[in-house]
Write a protein that binds this ligand. Structure first.
Ligand code: SF4
Length: 690
């Protein structure tokens, strides 16, 4: 194969691609990596056009410093920029202590950067205030999987396993638009005789490809799961042998579901009682190994103030049927961001250290401190979660300086106007990015960093498969990698230890830090992954280990080897609709854009439509709204004016706004899940007017 093999810069599928430089390295040709086991030669239009950011006229190629007199950003040398950051950090910490400085990472960072960022925060800055935007992605599924199974690997089996499922239930996932090459697994599942069920308030492209579409009121997936569990039990379809041998807590979960008969479910969710019964019938046929079934959740189910409980409710369904650990069966989460899985394993989370270890566990602290060559007592304790960290910026007792790597919180945070105000209150805001994102535009120091084709590094895709991105081209002059930024600052701050800028060296250290942890990478290296057939699955504890594509075959990761049923209660959205705000607002993605759009909005060949408001014809009639004409959506936090898209694919009581542009998250609710600290992006109360 000519060209350099690597992976897409965007979503968690991490499709394989081949990059071939042309015209003296100024252009880059993207072709699919034929035969890669994840993407099988497929790319979506985002992947095909990924080279559009190379040489983009808005690419940042020199550090920028905000001039105190004029307030304008001016180009400076790297030394001047890093000196300014180090001086600012020292000044803030002298006045406010180590936690006066905070770090905000991203789920798109390579494993090496995510790992180094957590170490940089704890060792070089000595701050507990570090978290990342993955907290807003899959954290509810992560906390539910850790609770139920004792480990969180988004998919505990390769994605292709779903093709052999007799029943595949997708709750809150629109993968046909968010990761189109993955939709072939749905089609193959159906072609093999399986039944695909999609649960979504919108009739999405994914729902169009399914056999069954259930369209609940936003924020009621949990009640639907309780109803399905109730009906499975009522049919005597619980896999009692599996439940007795491999789980704990069934009787309590059963009692909690006992009040959820189908008519009550219909009243709460809007899903007809007969549809609830039909789904229970389908799943009951797969119980106890009589068939195979997979339940997958994504952001639609997870981004709620009850996100963890919602995922746990669906895991309860899977456990009652005896699915996890059986062939072509189980529960999994479809992670969203490119390194949404790896990004949460290596210590850039407020409460965790590398290897998915908890930061308040003395044994974990001792292990990681030894790898880092510092005393365990020198490591700070848990910090604030992502939104709470942003909310605390500039307040009494909150951080006064923030370093941002790979995140555009002005667009992606809930209650985004409030977040922008907090950023503006800081003494020092430093942003590392490729382009002048909305967040970088507020910074005191902007540091231009490398992008995917210009650097090596590993990514862990939604299956827990660790993949290698290889460097295909040199970065533009003036651009440095995030590893170089951290090394430069660590040296200026007299941080102990070595701060390598070589991703392979950092990955080897990450492996040592993760050894024996829940996400064990000790047996992986860049060389091994490059020589593998499309990546290696963690856990991989030693260099002779083949990796672990499937988990839970024999035991779960809790010390007793058993999975946990968890009792959950439906409470509904944190902000119910009322007379003043009578419709549900939900948010999500469109095919041609990715996350905050900082990258994809700048790719010329991707349509940049701007935000729009999807609403049902009945609602449009009531409001006097017309397709293509502006409507105004108002919530208790803000207002958005955007063109209407009138469509009968959405519930009449719900409106949808995509979140890739400034606006949607000025509306969303910052109510947090108590366990995962996930904000309730997926539902709040809104008013709409024409
Ligand atoms: Fe594949 Fe996702 Fe990239 Fe599209 S955005 S090419 S689905 S990795």
């Amino acid at each position: 194969m000519s060209g350099t093999t690597t992976h897409c810069p965007y979503c968690s599928l991490q499709c394989g691609m081949v990059l071939t430089p042309g015209r003296g390295g100024r252009t880059l040709e993207v072709t699919p990596w034929e035969g890669h086991p994840v993407s099988e030669g497929g790319l979506c239009r985002k992947g095909w056009t990924a080279a559009g950011l190379r040489g983009h006229r808005e690419r940042l190629t020199t550090p920028l410093l905000r001039d105190r007199a004029s307030g304008e950003l001016r180009a400076v040398s790297w030394d001047e920029a890093l000196d300014r950051v180090a001086d600012g950090v020292r000044a803030v910490q002298a006045a406010h202590g180590p936690d006066g400085v905070a770090v905000f990472g991203g789920g798109g960072l390579t494993n090496e950067k995510a790992y180094q960022l957590g170490r940089f925060a704890r060792v070089a800055l000595g701050t507990s205030q570090v978290d990342y935007n993955g907290r807003w992605c899959m954290s509810s599924a992560a906390s539910a999987s850790n609770t139920a199974f004792g480990i969180d690997r988004g998919l505990p089996f390769p994605l292709a396993d779903v093709e052999r499922a007799d029943v595949l239930v997708l709750v809150g996932s629109n993968l046909a638009e968010t990761m189109p090459p993955a939709a072939r697994h749905l089609d193959r599942c159906r072609a093999n005789g399986g039944t695909v069920v999609v649960v979504d308030p919108r009739r999405t492209a994914t729902a169009e490809r399914a056999d069954v579409h259930l369209q609940p009121v936003p924020g009621t997936d949990l009640a639907l799961a309780l109803g399905v569990l109730h009906e499975i039990d009522a049919r005597g379809a619980v896999d009692t042998a599996y439940v007795a041998a491999r789980t704990t807590g069934w009787e309590q979960a059963r009692a909690a579901a006992s009040g959820w008969w189908p008519e009550r479910v219909e009243r709460v969710t809007g899903v007809a009682a007969d549809e609830v019964r039909a789904l229970a019938d389908l799943l009951a046929g797969c119980s106890a190994g009589r068939g195979s079934a997979v339940v997958l959740t994504a952001r639609g189910a997870e981004q709620h103030a009850q996100g963890t409980a919602t995922v746990l409710a669906w895991i309860d369904v899977a456990l009652a049927l005896g699915l996890p650990g059986r062939p072509h069966s189980g529960y999994g989460c479809l992670t969203g961001q490119g390194n949404g899985q790896g990004g949460r394993e290596h210590g850039q989370k407020a409460d965790q250290l590398p290897g998915y270890r908890m930061i308040d566990d003395p044994a974990a602290r001792a292990h990681v401190a030894a790898v880092w060559g510092v005393a365990p007592r020198s490591l700070p304790g848990p910090g604030r979660s992502a939104y709470e960290l942003l909310e605390a910026l500039g307040t009494d007792g909150g951080p006064r300086a923030l370093l941002v790597h790979g995140s555009n919180v002005v667009v992606s945070a809930p209650h985004a106007t409030h977040v922008a105000e907090r950023l503006e209150s800081l003494d020092l805001l430093v942003v590392c990015d490729l382009v002048m994102s909305e967040t970088a535009a507020l910074a005191d120091v902007v540091l231009p960093v490398t992008q995917w084709a210009e650097e090596a590094g590993t990514m862990t895709n939604l299956e827990g498969r660790v993949l290698l991105r290889q460097r295909a081209v040199a970065p533009p002059d003036g651009v440095r990698s995030d590893l170089e930024v951290m090394a430069g600052l660590a040296q200026r701050l007299d941080a102990p230890g070595e701060w390598s800028t070589d991703p392979a060296v950092v990955f080897a250290e990450l492996g040592r830090a993760s050894a024996g942890g829940r996400a064990d990478y000790a047996g992986l290296s860049h060389e091994r992954i490059a020589a593998s057939d499309g990546g290696l699955f963690w856990p991989c504890p030693d260099a002779g280990h083949p990796g672990t594509p499937r988990l839970f075959g024999e035991r779960f990761a809790h010390p007793d080897g058993r999975a946990r049923f968890v009792v959950v209660e439906h409470r509904g959205p944190a902000e119910p609709v009322d007379a003043a705000y009578p419709v549900h607002l939900t948010t999500g993605r469109v095919l041609a854009q990715y996350q905050s759009g900082a990258q994809t909005r700048r790719v010329r060949d991707l349509p940049d439509t701007g935000p729009f408001v999807e609403l049902h014809p009945m609602l449009a009639d009531r409001l006097g709204a017309h397709d293509g004409e502006p409507v105004v959506v108002t919530t208790r936090r803000g207002e958005l004016k955007a063109p209407a898209r009138v469509t009968s694919t959405i519930r009449p009581d719900t409106v949808f706004v995509p979140f890739h542009w400034v606006g949607a998250n000025r509306l969303t609710n910052d109510a947090l899940d108590p366990a995962s600290r996930m904000p309730e992006f997926k539902v709040c109360a809104a008013a709409v007017r024409a």
